[in-house]
Every structure is written in C-alpha cells, then in structure tokens.
Design a protein around this ligand. Structure first.
Ligand SMILES: [Zn+2]
Ligand SMILES: [Zn+2]
Length: 168
C-alpha cells in the first residue's frame, strides 16, 4: 500500500493543492516488486476528486527477455490521474477512492503506470548472452558444453579480418 492522507483536500475548495515528497525503500506485492519509489507528488482539489500529478522514479522487477532471469529495470512514470472522493463509485478509469477517514492508497494507480512503462523487450544488460538454445543454460553464468555456444564463431573471425584490414 502507498497510503497518502488527503483529508484536508477532501474538505478544501476547488483549486487548493498540496505536495509531498515520496521516498520509499521498497514496495512489494504479489504483482509488483519495486526496489524503491521516489519523486514529488502534487495533489489538487478538483470538482469530482483530487488530481494527482508527479514524476516518480523506480526500479521494477521484470524478466530479461534474453536470459529469463529476473532483474530490476529503471523506469520513470508521469502520473496524471484523479482519485475519487469518499463514497464515490469505483470505475476502471478511476480505480482509487479516498476512504472515509481521508486516506488514499495510490498503489493501484502507480501499478498501472509502472506496468505500461516496462519495455516489452527488457534485457538485464546490453551484454546479456541469453540462454543456450540446446540445453537452456544461462550463458551469462558460463558457457555450456553444447556446440552452438562456442565463444568464437569462425564466421566472426572472417569479419574481424575485414574490419582490421579496412583500418589500414
Ligand atoms: Zn539477460
Ligand atoms: Zn547448451
């Protein structure tokens, strides 16, 4: 949960606003694992709720598309959404509502933004060697004994010679 107290804004005039600095060490749920979450959030009272805006930085755990190992991908999210007032009906467009005691859990909102920010072809490192097509071993942990994982392919040697000669 990422609980924010918005009780003063619930009872405030339209246009009134407040800001907070968010600096969380770790946010972990069954669906989301963030190494940290930090940034500044601005809240403005609007007619039907409270507008939440801000830029947040985080690192989210995802799986490398090459070697299938979990790793943390840095992402920046730009929030711009309305949380509903106490008693309002929840909709897919407006998944967060301020509770009767003035608190709002922003996690469902932030989760949506983080999910769409994860690149579809996320890789743990530009140097990731991936997994062996034969045995499924992670080639970052060392070469397996399959033929196709030999570190130097003779075809690359030929290419390297071409590159070397073009330098001269
Ligand atoms: Zn990888
Ligand atoms: Zn192998």
């Amino acid at each position: 949960m990422i609980r924010i107290n918005l009780s003063t804004l619930v009872h405030a005039k339209i246009g009134q606003h407040q800001s907070i600095i968010l600096n969380l060490d770790a946010v972990s749920t069954t669906e989301l694992d963030l190494r940290y979450l930090k940034g500044e959030l601005h809240f403005t009272r609007v007619r039907y709720g409270v507008l939440v805006e801000g830029l947040l930085e985080t690192e989210v755990q995802t799986e490398c598309t090459r070697c299938l190992t979990p790793f943390y991908e840095p992402v920046t999210i730009e929030l711009g959404d309305i949380v509903s007032l106490p008693g309002a009906e929840l909709t897919p467009e407006c998944p967060v509502r301020i509770s009767e005691d003035g608190w709002a859990d922003l996690l469902p909102l932030i989760r949506e933004y983080v999910w769409i920010s994860i690149p579809v072809n996320a890789i743990c490192s530009p140097e990731c060697k991936g997994i062996c097509q034969e045995c499924g071993g992670n080639l970052n942990l060392g070469m397996c004994t399959c033929d196709n994982s030999l570190p130097i392919d003779p075809r690359w040697d030929a290419l390297r010679m071409l590159l070397d000669s073009s330098d001269n």
